[in-house]
Design a protein around this ligand. Structure first.
Ligand SMILES: [Zn+2]
Length: 76
């Protein structure tokens, strides 16, 4: 029981660290030194207005519901 909990905590921190690294992006147009501003679903450059949309990861709960709904939908 205790071992399982420990593994989950380590996983959580690894994901968070990876997320922070991806957020701090430099503008592909302006080059080095110009960082993108973070928004909820996109990142934008305050200098040249370059915008790049983030890809939303599918939630585990939503994925399961989608598969279940698909099967029901095909039923005629
Ligand atoms: Zn830029």
């Amino acid at each position: 029981m205790g071992k399982g909990s420990n593994t989950q905590v380590w996983k959580y921190y690894t994901v968070e660290d990876d997320r922070i690294r991806k957020v701090r992006r430099e503008c592909p147009r302006c080059g080095r030194g110009v960082f993108m501003a973070e928004h909820s679903d996109r990142v934008t450059c305050g200098r040249c207005k370059y915008t790049e949309f983030k890809r939303k990861e599918k939630e585990r709960v939503g994925k399961g519901a989608e598969e279940d709904g698909k099967g029901k939908r095909r039923k005629q």
